[in-house]
Design a protein around this ligand. Structure first.
Ligand code: AMP
Length: 216
């Protein structure tokens, strides 16, 4: 199974992709995670990406397309995977198809997680994460056991710069402006499925795995 997960920031794409990795053995490829790591390590990619990310804007298409093409051209490319946070624009969707065609690994499905904006703002503004091990918490819904401390590794939790309210509003604006092109692209290919992203992560995972197994 080769999947793309589409959805607004805060829709639970990362959580679902992580579950697909753990339970179905799909490689989880997240451009957001790759870019955040590059920013932390201050690599040339990170230096390009940082200003866009801090303002909640998209990193330019050619930059993210390059990251993904490099990942799939490597000899250790995964054959079963879930892409999380990529593609986000039509040129990205076209670039992805081109590279997957080149390596003989076409996509099977594109799943759109839908969640209303008011719910997203609530979810994102409470999100805190561990800069050391990447664990994610939510203050009212899934708080750490000790205030502001990671349960797994004890590091102090942080709020991502792009989870602050201004940046969240900008991320939602950009998402709504670019999503229709991506949706239309995959709808024309007959690969798009929509899933209601409201509810417990476990229930949403059930809906997702029903789709994955129906396609096998
Ligand atoms: P995410 O964790 O997927 O919400 O991504 C965090 C940030 O990384 C986004 O707000 C963008 O600035 C950047 N980013 C991640 N994936 C992409 C992409 N496919 N295209 C452009 N920018 C991206």
């Amino acid at each position: 199974m080769r999947l793309v997960l589409l959805g607004p920031p805060g829709s639970g794409k990362g959580t679902q992709a992580h579950l697909l990795q753990e339970r179905c053995g799909l490689a989880h490829i997240s451009t957001g995670d790759i870019l955040r790591q590059a920013v932390r390590q201050n690599t040339p990619l990170g230096q390009v990406a940082r200003p866009y990310m801090e303002q909640g804007r998209y990193v330019p298409d050619d930059v993210v397309n390059g990251v993904i093409a490099e990942r799939f051209r490597r000899a250790d490319r995964p054959e079963r995977f879930v892409l999380d946070g990529y593609p986000r624009t039509r040129p990205q969707a076209e670039a992805l198809d081109a590279v997957l065609h080149e390596v003989g690994l076409p996509l099977h499905r594109v799943v759109l997680l839908t969640v209303p904006d008011e719910e997203l703002v609530q979810r994102i503004s409470g999100r805190r994460s561990c800069p050391k091990c990447g664990a994610v918490y939510h203050l009212p819904r899934h708080p750490p056991q000790r205030e502001n401390q990671c349960d797994r590794c004890g590091a102090p939790l942080v709020q991502r710069a792009d989870d602050r309210e201004e940046a969240v509003r900008e991320r939602l604006r950009v998402y709504h402006a670019t999503l229709p092109q991506v949706i239309d692209y995959y709808r024309e290919q007959g690969k798009l499925i929509e899933i209601n992203g409201l509810g417990a992560p476990q229930d949403i995972f059930q809906r997702l795995s029903d789709i994955v197994s129906a396609d096998k």
